[in-house]
Design a protein around this ligand. Sequence first.
Ligand code: NDP
Length: 276
Amino acid sequence: MSKKVAVVTGANKGIGFAIVKGLCEAGFAGDVILTARNEQLGREAAEKVRSAGHHAVFHKLDITNQSSALELQKFLKENYGGLDVLINNAGIAYKSNATEPFGEQAEVTIHTNFWGTLWVCHALFPLLKPNARVVNMSSFVSKWSLAKCSPELQAKFRDPALSEEGLCSLMDEFVAAAQRGDHESKGWPNTAYGTSKIGVTVLSMIQARALTKARAGDGILVNACCPGWVRTDMAGPNATKSPEEGAETPMYLALLPEGAKEPHGCFVSEKTVEEW
Ligand code: NDP
């Protein structure tokens, strides 16, 4: 049997780095692949894990570059014959004082947080082994932003019949409306980050339903989660949790024991399923 393997995206710093370290410290029975878009930062981060006495393997991955995801797919296939744990952690957020026009912020944020996550999933889901765990890093902001959507949009985002294609169209509609400047009158919240994370949460629910159908009996679990408010470059020094504390819920989902049936297709915060 080939060795187990876990992949963490955006892991050169912040919560992603804490997850890599945490998986190693928890004795993950296989290799933990620390991925980063910047090769030097990624290699330095993997070295830091090694100097703490653990083993992390670096592999480059820019989630917005589909060929980069396919290179990682090839590496995993050749070296591990599949994938056991995927943690889609990489993400961006403009600062509240950013001066870029809102339409640009919407396009860039949806491109990375939604489309980037989706492209990594398209490349790596075919490799998921039985009992694999997928964790998509969303945020509580996705729930707050859903509450700010029009009732019609809320119904679409909660519709159990929404397809991946339908969700992609909704994300495109938001970007187009943001660029025209009429997103609020069309029922969208005034947040690019929040809307991108609605996309990540709903994508996780759609992926869970699709896997349940296509691979019934394989025991694969997919969830979205919020790490809490965490002191990283993204959230700043006033946040309440350390990166290690932020890593707890995603690690809990990544390490759900073999045979577990739930949570699956849920939005999870503080290791607890939240209503969507
Ligand atoms: P950081 O800004 O500290 O880290 C983000 C990581 O994502 C970095 O490694 C960054 O790489 C990477 N990244 C960004 N874009 C890409 C890309 N195109 N390809 C590959 N990697 C990329 O943020 P956090 O650690 O705080 O955030 C991690 C996740 O948790 C994000 O998805 C965030 O939205 C989510 N989250 C964070 C919260 C918080 O309070 N911190 C709260 C709720 C959710 P690089 O160094 O090269 O920029």
